[in-house]
Design a protein around this ligand. Structure first.
Ligand SMILES: Cc1ncc(COP(=O)(O)O)c(C=O)c1O
Length: 368
């Protein structure tokens, strides 16, 4: 049995008719860039996360960049980001000219560890960007309290956490804005690139709407130097179809996570992901920790089971950040995770017998 890491084709086939129709409608109306299909999606996506406004853009990286940009974060400013995240989080900070300040992560939930955060706040610190990594919300209450006490802005990186909840409230509006990615493999994925920013602040919304479109809110009148970060009409139409299924798909991800836990019981060397109480984890990824990670990955691959590593190098040790002179050993939890994490196949269409097969092969690996 071959098990892919993700299976975008299976999902497409399950909603083929709706998707084909949606694409056809966009072509028929030639609404290729922004336009009515993007607008409808923005309204629906904002509603699904209890937000007032949504700005559709062309990637999650653009979403983070435009949020920081609209808030005036730039040269000489410092922004807290987790060391254990996808590179785009600090990259967006650097794109705007500010400096990322890396923070280690918690060993249990893999999210930003705020225990010692207050000690490293300086007069240059302006923003905290927690990432709801793998689909599990970060400890928002604690982060918000620190942000409020020190007058810092809070921007959530929700790229992996569509419909995730913290204490019953969807992620995305705990701070001034929440940034999402619709990269194809995400829980809500476009058929190309896409992203969005949610906010409840009207002024900020209008500024981001202008920045994504060459700084203009009226054609050929430019109030700011902006960029072309517009979302494509076809992506808006596709995302709008997929959004209707997202809640069901999220339930299936959760069910698959429970099945993994059931079938991995008894393997003491395998740490399954822990769920915080009072959160809704949406399982973008199901990430286990094991000491013989590389050997297990290879063994599973030999058995046609494809896995991922999120992430093999923490952000502070990426070559691109050599100029920040970060030493190995500075963020021990993130560095250890980089050697031990393994992401097992996780998607709504994954079948119970496939999960059983994966877990059996993991057990076989330990009995070799
Ligand atoms: C945590 C995180 N932030 C930001 C991004 C950037 O999103 P995109 O790839 O759509 O630019 C991603 C995407 O992988 C991500 O996982």
């Amino acid at each position: 049995m071959k098990v892919n890491f993700v299976d975008l084709k299976a999902q497409y086939l399950s909603i083929k008719k709706e998707i084909d129709e949606a694409i056809h409608n966009v072509i028929d109306k030639t609404a290729f860039s922004s336009g009515p299909f993007v607008k409808i999606f923005e309204e629906n996506f904002a509603r699904s996360h209890d937000a007032k406004y949504c700005v559709g853009v062309n990637s999650g990286t653009s979403a983070l960049h435009i949020a920081l940009w609209a808030l005036g974060i730039g040269k000489n400013d410092e922004v807290f980001v987790p060391a254990n995240t996808f590179f785009a989080t600090p990259e967006a900070v650097s794109l705007g000219g500010a400096n990322p300040v890396f923070v280690d992560c918690e060993p249990d939930y893999f999210n930003i560890d705020v225990t010692n955060l207050e000690k490293v706040i300086t007069n240059k610190t302006k923003v905290i960007i927690p990432v709801h990594l793998f689909g599990q919300p970060a400890q928002i209450d604690k982060i918000k309290a620190i942000a409020e006490k020190h007058n810092l802005l809070l921007i959530e990186d929700c790229a992996q956490a569509h419909l995730a909840e913290y204490k019953g409230k969807p992620v995305g509006t705990f701070g001034v804005c929440g940034c999402f990615s619709f990269y194809p493999g995400k829980n809500l994925g476009a058929y190309g690139e896409g992203g969005a920013v949610l906010t409840n602040d009207k002024e900020l919304y209008l500024k981001m709407m202008a920045l994504r479109d060459h700084g203009s809110s009226q054609k050929y009148y430019h109030n700011y130097i902006g960029h072309n970060y517009r979302m494509e009409g076809i992506q808006g139409a596709i995302l709008n179809v997929k959004l209707k299924h997202l809640s069901q798909w999220t339930k299936k991800r959760k069910k698959n996570a429970d099945l993994y836990r059931k079938y991995l019981t008894g393997l003491t060397d395998v740490c399954v992901p822990l769920e915080m109480s009072e959160v809704k984890h949406v399982y973008h990824l199901f990430v286990i920790r094991i000491s013989k990670r590389n050997e297990l990955k290879k063994y599973l691959e030999e058995n046609e089971i494809y896995t991922g590593i999120h992430y093999p190098i923490p952000c502070h040790l990426q070559k691109a950040y050599d100029f920040l002179s970060q030493q190995k050993g500075k963020f021990p939890v993130s560095e250890k995770l980089a050697d031990e994490v393994l992401s097992l196949p996780m998607y709504p269409e994954l079948k119970e017998e496939e999960i059983q097969f994966i877990c059996k092969k993991i057990k076989d690996f330990y009995q070799k």
